[in-house]
Unconditional design. Structure first.
Length: 283
């Protein structure tokens, strides 16, 4: 073999086909080449596998070799086994070298990296982002209390339009005289409503009869407490034909419920979905 050893000599070395000079050169190369050491670990069992194949393979359809040739083959096999044992020892030595030298190589690579440069394959940490603090409401802000907080009491519960917030309706909004344009205006009275309240273990059942309204319109029945807080009892949609009007004289009847007791309810209000007051009625 001309020149120095190459990585492709691993298989020839494992099979024992190198001469003594090339064998010595490759063994010296093996001590300093981690690639060949890894290849040697993978190929070290190849001579034994080939030997077992030779022993279990059926007789080939060829003439039996002459006695001198057979003896030469047996001698070559024995020599390959001896070299295989020596190869196993070198494999063990190479594994020890990898175990010892691996951490040292890693430390050398990390030490050679310039400060502040991330190691290859490791993504740098994301840059910290600063979020602007949320805007706070000034004294003139009209936002209500946080959801779930008790609303402030109202001194005039029936005058402002309630605002739905957190499952109940808080006072505050347009004045009470803001009437919805869908109210009946054909020479008769405006919206007429009758409300009856029945005590229940869970609160109060509320029955409503409504007349004098046309649609399309979405409405809510609100129970306003003595403190001025309004709670939604029931909601519905009014079709274009309306209820309790000359073109559709049948009134609307429906029922709802509230957790309030009858004593806690001051009056009821019927409002459209935009907060306009249709009518109010006492229980």
């Amino acid at each position: 073999m001309s020149g120095g050893p190459t990585h492709t000599d691993v298989a020839a070395y494992v099979l024992g086909v190198l001469d003594d000079a090339d064998n010595a050169l490759f063994e010296a190369h093996l001590l300093d080449c981690p690639h060949c050491q890894l290849d040697l670990l993978e190929l070290q069992d190849l001579p034994g596998v080939l030997d077992r194949v030779r022993q279990t393979w059926p007789n080939p359809p060829l003439p039996a070799p002459r006695a001198p040739v057979l003896h030469q083959l047996l001698d070559a096999t024995a020599e390959a086994r001896r070299k295989g044992r020596r190869t196993a020892k070198l494999v063990a030595a190479a594994a020890v070298l990898l175990i010892i030298a691996g951490p040292l190589v890693t430390l050398a690579v990390l030490a050679s990296a310039s400060p502040g440069t991330p190691y290859a394959g490791v993504a740098p940490p994301p840059a910290a982002t600063t979020q602007a603090p949320p805007a706070t409401s000034g004294p003139e802000s009209s936002s209500g209390p946080p959801e779930g907080a008790a609303p402030p009491p109202s001194t005039a519960p029936s005058s402002p339009s309630p605002t739905v917030k957190g499952g109940h309706v808080e006072p505050g909004g347009p004045p009470e005289d803001r009437r919805d344009p869908h109210l009946l205006s054909q020479g008769s009275a405006a919206v007429a409503a009758k409300v009856s309240v029945k005590r229940r273990e869970w609160g109060s059942r509320v029955d409503l009869q409504l007349e004098g309204v046309t649609g399309p319109l979405r409405c809510q029945l609100l129970a306003v407490t003595n403190e001025g807080t309004a709670w939604v009892v029931v909601g519905w949609a009014v079709p274009a034909k309306g209820y309790g009007v000359p073109a559709s004289p049948k009134p609307l009847r429906l029922s709802g419920g509230t957790a309030l007791s009858p004593e806690e309810i001051d009056h009821f209000e019927i409002r459209s979905d935009d907060g306009a007051l249709l009518t109010s009625v006492s229980p």
